[in-house]
Design a protein around this ligand. Structure first.
Ligand code: SF4
Length: 370
């Protein structure tokens, strides 16, 4: 069954109903079984489960320690361009926004990457807006090829590509792909993506699978929490991750739950998500998908980040800038969104060590699989 069919199939509909109908017994069962089915996962996303948040957290902590130990892999985003032809109403890079625009020349990207390497990062995520003319596939290929000899692990978060496009990027040296669906709710998706290719829900939904088919060793999925009902989006995100893990078992899958934050000329979150709900979502994902990576960004506050790390977070960004050239020439007026944890990466790593966790700068997955 295709992912789109799975997401609209009877089992998924039953699980979506369970989110609103789950009772104490359903939550108790989900907390006691080793392998959760979709209905168990939905029960953990319910209001009934919100009343058992401490029990969810205890179970998530146990599973995380067993499967992942006490370590968090660090990575840094490197924005190469904030040019964009799309209109996503929640984003400062959208075409209608008045921010100053910039696309880095290849040597500027290399200079930014070297700053991150000097800090200690070995995993860099290249990020760009979607602009077919100013940020074409050939530019991304050139950038990746220039960085590949120096950066041990390179991932991309750019406009979704065709299978052939992803194959070219893998050939140039890309090993990881990040494509967030933003929201899995088709109606909300249509309301916040007003034009451009991003308005095509199905093209985006299938992008992670195209990346896996092209040979990306890791694929990152995500839902931008705050756009639609958070629990329903997290349910779909879990289904998406499980689908990819089943069909592309060589690919390492991560999930991310960025919460919508202030961005210039952008909408505020229509469905804000509380810290408790975010915590519940992380715990539910950890219980449903014990072997999936969970990514935490600097959108969250230091206090919240250190609070949820033991519950299953495996990867975290640190010291991030969200504008092109931000590490060498900070320009807050050009950023994509405002971050909350603005500590330098070294301070975040030291705080991690202080809570008994290793900050892993090296890319152990690459070493193990290479
Ligand atoms: S979310 Fe991505 S595609 Fe949409 S406006 Fe922002 S940068 Fe462009």
């Amino acid at each position: 069954m295709s992912l789109a069919n799975e997401l609209s199939g009877p089992l998924h509909r039953a699980a979506a109903t369970m989110i609103h109908a789950a009772g104490e017994g359903d939550v108790e069962r989900a907390l006691s079984v080793d392998q959760l089915d979709l209905l168990d996962f939905a029960a953990l996303l319910s209001r009934a489960a919100a009343l058992r948040l401490e029990d969810l957290a205890r179970r998530a902590r146990q599973i995380s320690l067993l499967r992942w130990g006490r370590s968090v892999q660090l990575f840094a985003p490197l924005y190469v361009s904030n040019e964009c032809t799309q209109v996503c109403t929640y984003c400062a890079f959208q075409r209608r926004s008045s921010i100053p625009r910039r696309t880095l020349a290849v040597d500027e990207v290399v200079a930014e990457a070297r700053m991150l390497l000097e800090t200690g990062f070995r995993h860099i995520l290249l990020v760009s807006g979607e602009h077919p003319k100013l940020v074409p596939l050939s530019y991304l290929e050139t950038v990746v090829a220039a960085l590949h000899p120096e950066v041990p692990a390179l991932s991309i978060e750019v406009a979704p590509q065709s299978l052939e496009g992803y194959e070219r990027l893998v050939h140039a040296g890309t090993e990881g792909l990040v494509v967030y669906q933003e929201t899995y709710d088709r109606d909300v998706y249509a309301r916040v993506h007003l034009s451009g290719r991003k308005a095509n829900y199905d093209w985006r939904l299938a992008a992670p699978e195209r990346g896996a088919a092209a040979g990306m060793r890791r694929v990152g999925l995500g839902a931008l929490l705050g756009l639609a009902d958070w629990a329903t989006d997290v349910l779909a995100l879990g289904v998406h991750a499980r689908y990819l893990m089943r069909h592309w078992w060589r690919t390492f899958v991560t999930v991310s739950l960025p919460r919508l934050r202030y961005a210039k000329d952008a909408i505020a979150a229509p469905r804000p998500v509380s810290d408790a709900e975010m915590t519940q979502a992380i715990c539910a994902l950890r219980l449903f998908l014990p072997d999936t990576g969970i990514v935490l960004s600097t959108r969250e506050s230091p206090r919240f980040r250190h609070g949820v790390i033991p519950l299953g977070v495996t990867h975290a960004s640190a010291g991030s800038r969200t504008e092109p050239g931000g590490y060498s020439t900070p320009a807050p007026e050009s950023e994509q969104f405002r971050i909350d944890d603005d500590r330098p990466a070294e301070l975040f790593a030291a705080a991690l060590r202080g809570q008994g966790y290793d900050a892993v700068w090296k890319d152990w997955e690459a070493i193990l699989h290479g």
